[in-house]
Ligand binder design. Sequence first.
Ligand code: ADP
Ligand code: ASP
Ligand code: MG
Length: 399
Amino acid sequence: MIVQKFGGTSVADTECIQRAAWIVAEKYSEGNDLVVVVSAQGETTDELIDKAGKLNPNPSKREMDVLLSTGEQASCALMSMALEKIGMPSVSLTGWQVGIQTDSAYGSARIKAISAERIKAELDRRRIVVVAGFQGINGFNDITTLGRGGSDTTAVALAAALNADLCQIFTDVEGVFTADPRKIPDARKLEEITYDEMLELASLGAQVLQNRSVEMAKRYGVNLEVLSSFERKPGTKVKEVIKMEQSKISGVAADAKIARIALVGLRDEPGIAFKIFRVLANAKINVDIILQSIGREDTKDISFTVARGDMESAAQVLSEHQNTIGYTDISVTDKIAKVSIVGAGMMSASGVAALMFEALYDEKINIGMISTSEIKISVLVDERDADRAVSAIHAKFFG
Ligand code: ADP
Ligand code: ASP
Ligand code: MG
């Protein structure tokens, strides 16, 4: 049993769909059961978002999901037709037909359960099942979508639910690289990467896999592979343990979709951080890096980052609570980016942070905030410095 997922570029036009169909046909003809997950063609999702924005700058999330799910629905029908044409028995199914049940968080729904009976019945008839990625259905029988890049999660979730032997993510690059290969020409393809490292890379801006898909792959031990649909070459295997890598880090990632909020002139007393982050938590806003300054003259400052999409609502709830929190000024900017290095190797190696900071110093790039965990180091830099920072850090570790 194999699940194969084809991303937007891999199904962008007729020729691409035909190429993908032959990849599917090959594995099917070897005697495997095949479930194929497809994304919307090319830039379809972005185009639909633009179209909606022209009619209503603030459309309801429910209607947005009805709209966006159409991209994947078109793709699955087209893929099934392409398979039919080359003599492969197949059937296309949408998220609700497959029984992908999610919560009600329109736009970023989480999969709760998959009742894969229909898929199993079709597979028993030796049909290739082509599933529309990125979508599910909630408790009200409404269509939901799984967040940008969500077709990866559909594929991994189906692989887990069906106990597939392999889940192949076909995309427009040859695998997972030490940095975005479109921005860093020297980036190297990784033969293997651990779930944990991949999860960090994906969460820190490497869009090659949606982070939720990696989370799920790790939880269910899905045998995951990222590879190109354009070139028949071995890709990158994502797994629990890998043979030791030479390098201290496995990759560099950048995320420009963030914003920083600073609260200035807070009282230097217990409970202030609690009040701030309780207000944000109640508004369901996720906070990432937090920095608190040393208190001086009984006041202190706290700054933190949030996803760019949450910037305005975060600023608004904080303003509403200015009196209870007690700050003098709030400053908000989205002209920043987070640049990170990831690697399980840094747990045992020393000097990794120093090397990263040296690369930034060489380029005269100023660091706004720093945050670390066992296997990653992130810094905040000016948005305009982000590409240069990635390039310098990559050259320092891999050059
Ligand atoms: P798909 O449409 O197939 O889902 P995506 O655009 O979502 O493809 O993801 C693939 C893209 O991810 C690549 O084109 C590449 O530019 C980008 N990317 C960013 N970081 C990395 C990385 N470390 N390794 C590989 N690709 C990366
Ligand atoms: N089409 C959706 C997106 O562009 C889902 C996906 O491609 O995985 O985000
Ligand atoms: Mg993607």
